[in-house]
Design a binder for this molecule. Sequence first.
Ligand code: ADP
Ligand code: SF4
Ligand code: MG
Length: 331
Amino acid sequence: MTLLEVRNLEVTYAGGAQAVRGVNLSVEAGQKLGIAGESGCGKSTLALALLRLLPKDAEVTGEILLNGEDVLAMKWGRVRAVRWAGASIVFQGAMHSLNAVHRIGDQIAEPILLHKKATQEGAKKKVAELLEHVGLPATRANAYPHELSGGQRQRVMIAMALACEPDLIIADEPTTALDVMIQAQILRLIEQLVAEENLGLIMISHDLAVLSDTCDRLSVMYAGRVVEEGPALQVYEDAVHPYAKALSAAFPTIGDPASRFAPRGLPGDPPDPSALPSGCTFHPRCPVALDVCASEDQVLRIAGPGRRAACVHVGSAEVAATEVEARSTTA
Ligand SMILES: Nc1ncnc2c1ncn2[C@@H]1O[C@H](COP(=O)(O)OP(=O)(O)O)[C@@H](O)[C@H]1O
Ligand code: SF4
Ligand SMILES: [Mg+2]
């Protein structure tokens, strides 16, 4: 059975912001899906929606099937259980997610005591195992969050996410606040744990290079929609959608001579989700937009084996590639 299947997910915040619009995705056990996009594209909203962590007044429609069970139709008791034992989230910035006045061991033990109905002794043993599993000495259970480095705190967050043996881990910018060396260590740790337990992983980041290194498949989001999806390396190295192209060029591979000709990011910002542009929402920023793009909405179309993209140029992708390069070298 597919571990996670999301069908036509839509999220509209109370103020009218259409943060997620018709997202479809699926994750199998052992599969690592990366979700990329600039800040404000709806990535965190999507992650929070998966476990019903959005504000109550947000309108959520569609289907979220976790192990075949619709998360949106669950009673609250079931949702709480599923948040630990079905899927769990690792957030960015562990300092804000950990409670400053409690020892980390007690914080990791809490869900184990609650959801696994373990004894105090059993939970203590499990905490020690988890800490060692994420590369921390078991004695760190007695430490308070402020006594740990940023990387160590993120390891604690990962231990906590694993506490009730979930099938799926959702990691929302898990390394963004860390320096590059520690970032690489944490990514390797996540990869190792996911492989060992055959877990599903959804990794969210604005950095396509990080995602292509860690994930099997990539979905690139823009203005609440998936605009390109496919095998991670192909999307990173040879994106079809002009937005995905610009995003991958913003994080060039070090030492790649071709990256010298790539645009340094995109001018402008993603649109306000409560006042989206007409047609293809990317058209005001798109270097290869046609007249029709301002009025015609684009849905995902086949862009190769296992690949899809939502652009009028899909089918004539070479033309788009040449034009993007031409503009960036003359700019
Ligand atoms: N609680 C909220 N209420 C209203 N709008 C929100 C809320 N949270 C996020 N948004 C808006 O939804 C859009 C998507 O945000 P978010 O999902 O955080 O994007 P990302 O994680 O890709 O940066 C943004 O325009 C943001 O301002
Ligand atoms: S549909 Fe048009 S505006 Fe949208 S990405 Fe393609 S070329 Fe650009
Ligand atoms: Mg976010």
